[in-house]
Design a binder for this molecule. Structure first.
Ligand code: F0G
Length: 457
C-alpha cells in the first residue's frame, strides 16, 4: 500500500547514528540483554515506547515560553482545565505528572483489600497500582484478541458476557472498579468500539460499579471508531471522544501519548464531588498543589495545546497510515503480527516467528534483542517476560501472546525509518531458527521487566 505523507515539515533535527554490529553485540551483552538498560545514544531507531518520546509542535514550544509558573492559580492551569473539560465533558479535572500518578491517586481512594478491578486489559503500571492499593487486577478482553492472525475491527473490546459472570462470581460489592483501556495497549493497541463502551457502562450501572476510562490513547481509539463503526463516519473526533467519556464516571490519562507531550498526565471525575475531594488531598501530598499537580507551568501549557493537536484528523490519518504501511510490508513478507495493526505500533508475533522458543525463554524478548543487533532498533517484550510471576506462587506466568512491540513515537520517524524496521524483521526471519531463548539471572519483585538481567539459554 502507499503511505500517507507527513502533514508537517521539519524545522529542527536531532542527529542519530548507528553503531557497528560488533559494538551492538557488545552493548546488548553489557545491558544484560535488557533493552531498558541500553543507553539512548546507542540506539538508532528507538521504538521502546510511544510514551513521552513524541515531537512537540512549534505551537507547543511557543506555549512552553508562555507557561505561567505561579505556584497557585497559574493561567496555564486554567487553560488546561478549559481544554480538558471541553474535550471530555467532565466537571473535575486534575493534572498530575504522568499516567501512573493518576492511577496512584485515584485507585488509592477507590479500592482496597479483598476487592477487584476488572479491565479489558490493565497496562502494567495500572495493574501494579491496583495491587499496591490491595486489590486484584483481572483482565477480561474478548477472546479474539488472543489470536493475532484473526482480523476483527475491535479486538480491544471488553468481553461483556464474561464481565457479568466475573461480577457475579466476586460479588458486585467486591468489584471496586471496571477499567476500559482505550486503545487496549497490551492487546496490541487494539481499539474498543463505542458499542462496547456503552454495553460495559450499562452493566456497571446495573451492578452499581464505577467505570473508569484509561484514556492514554483515546484519540487513536476515536479515529478507529470513525473509520470502522457504523454511524460514526460523519462525526468529528471530538464528538466521538465526548460520547465515549459520557459513559464513564472517571478517567485516568497518561498525556505522554495522544496528547503529544514529553511529560504529563490527567485524571477527571465526571460529577462525583466527594470522590474528587478525596483525590485532591492525595494529589497535594503525592504530586503537588492542585493547580500544578507535579508539573511545571510550561508543561501545563504544552499539554493544553497538545490535547487539541492530538485530535487533528490529518495528523491521525498520517499516524495510523504509518502503522498500516509497516503492517503491509510485513504481510508481504509473511511475518505475523497482531492484526489488523493497532494505533500506536506494530506488535510482532514472536511466538509465530520463533516456534522453537518456549514462553519461559521469552520469544518476545529474544526478538527485541535480535532487532537491536540487526539494525540498532530498540523494542520491548509484551509477553511472558513482561507479565512476570504469579504473586501467590512466584511461578512464571504464561502470557496469552508473545509480542515484540514496535511502539512508534508521534511525528518523530520518517517513511525511510519505517522501511528500515521492515527490512530488519525480514532479515531476522531468514535466520529465525538459529535464534535462541533467554533466561533470567536476576529480577526485582515488582515490574521486573524494566530491571531484570538475562542471559542466552
Ligand atoms: N495506561 C496505559 C494504557 C499506558 O499505556 C500507560 C503507559 C499508562 C497507563 C501509564 O502512564 O507511563 O504516563 O505513567 N504506557 C507506556 C508504554 C509506558 O510504553 O506503553 P505513564
Amino acid at each position: 500500500i502507499k503511505y500517507v505523507a507527513e502533514p508537517f515539515r521539519i524545522k529542527m533535527v536531532e542527529t542519530i547514528k548507528m553503531l557497528t554490529r560488533e559494538e551492538r553485540v557488545q552493548k546488548i551483552a553489557e545491558a544484560k540483554y535488557n533493552t531498558f538498560n541500553l543507553k539512548g545514544e546507542d540506539v538508532y531507531i528507538d521504538l521502546l515506547t510511544d510514551s513521552g518520546t513524541n515531537a512537540m509542535s512549534q505551537e507547543q514550544w511557543a506555549g512552553v515560553m508562555r507557561g505561567d509558573e505561579a505556584y497557585a492559580g497559574s493561567s496555564s492551569y486554567y487553560k488546561l482545565l478549559d481544554a480538558a473539560r471541553d474535550i471530555t465533558g467532565y466537571k473535575y479535572i486534575q493534572p498530575v505528572h504522568q499516567g501512573r500518578a493518576a492511577e496512584k491517586v485515584l485507585f488509592g481512594v477507590m479500592m482496597g483489600e479483598g476487592q477487584y478491578s476488572i479491565s479489558n486489559m490493565h497496562f502494567d503500571t495500572t495493574r501494579a497500582h491496583v495491587e499496591l492499593a490491595g486489590a486484584r487486577a483481572v483482565d477480561c478482553v474478548v477472546p479474539i484478541a488472543n489470536e493475532p492472525s484473526k482480523r476483527a475491527p475491535f479486538k480491544g473490546n471488553m468481553d461483556v458476557e464474561r464481565l457479568e459472570s466475573l461480577i457475579k462470581e466476586y460479588g458486585p460489592e467486591n468489584v471496586a472498579l471496571v477499567i476500559m483501556t482505550v486503545t487496549n495497549n497490551s492487546a496490541g493497541g487494539q481499539p474498543v468500539s463505542m458499542a462496547n463502551v456503552r454495553e460495559t457502562a450499562a452493566l456497571c450501572k446495573k451492578y452499581g460499579i464505577k467505570l473508569n476510562i484509561d484514556a492514554a490513547r483515546y484519540a487513536e481509539n476515536a479515529y478507529f471508531i470513525k473509520q470502522r463503526e457504523e454511524g460514526y463516519a460523519d462525526k468529528s473526533i471530538k464528538e466521538i471522544i465526548n460520547e465515549m467519556f459520557s459513559y464513564a464516571d472517571s478517567f485516568t490519562m497518561s498525556a505522554k501519548k495522544d496528547t503529544i507531550v514529553n511529560m504529563g498526565g490527567l485524571f477527571g471525575v465526571k460529577d462525583d464531588e466527594e470522590l474528587f475531594t478525596a483525590c485532591k488531598g492525595r494529589t497535594i501530598s503525592f504530586e503537588g498543589f492542585t493547580t500544578y499537580g507535579g508539573l511545571s507551568g510550561r508543561d501545563l501549557e504544552a499539554l493544553a495545546i497538545g490535547l487539541y493537536e492530538g485530535l487533528d484528523e490529518d495528523y491521525l490519518r498520517y499516524r495510523i497510515g504509518q502503522m498500516e504501511y509497516l503492517a503491509s510490508r510485513l504481510d508481504d513478507a509473511g511475518i505475523a503480527y497482531q492484526s489488523p495493526v493497532g494505533g500506536h505500533g506494530v506488535f510482532v508475533d514472536a511466538k509465530a516467528l520463533f516456534p522453537h522458543i518456549p514462553y519461559n525463554e521469552f520469544p518476545g524478548q529474544a526478538l527485541a534483542i535480535e532487532l537491536y543487533i540487526e539494525a540498532g532498533i530498540r523494542t520491548c517484550d509484551i509477553g511472558s517476560y513482561m507479565l512476570g510471576n504469579d504473586p501467590d506462587t512466584g511461578k512464571q506466568l504464561e502470557a496469552n501472546f508473545e509480542f515484540t512491540r514496535f511502539a512508534i513515537a508521534r511525528r518523530v520517524y520518517t517513511q525511510a525509518h519505517i522501511d528500515i524496521m521492515a527490512d530488519a524483521l525480514i532479515e531476522i526471519k531468514k535466520r529465525a531458527d538459529q535464534v535462541k531463548g533467554y533466561r533470567i539471572t536476576w529480577e526485582p519483585p515488582v515490574l521486573r521487566h524494566f530491571q531484570a538481567h538475562l542471559e542466552p539459554v
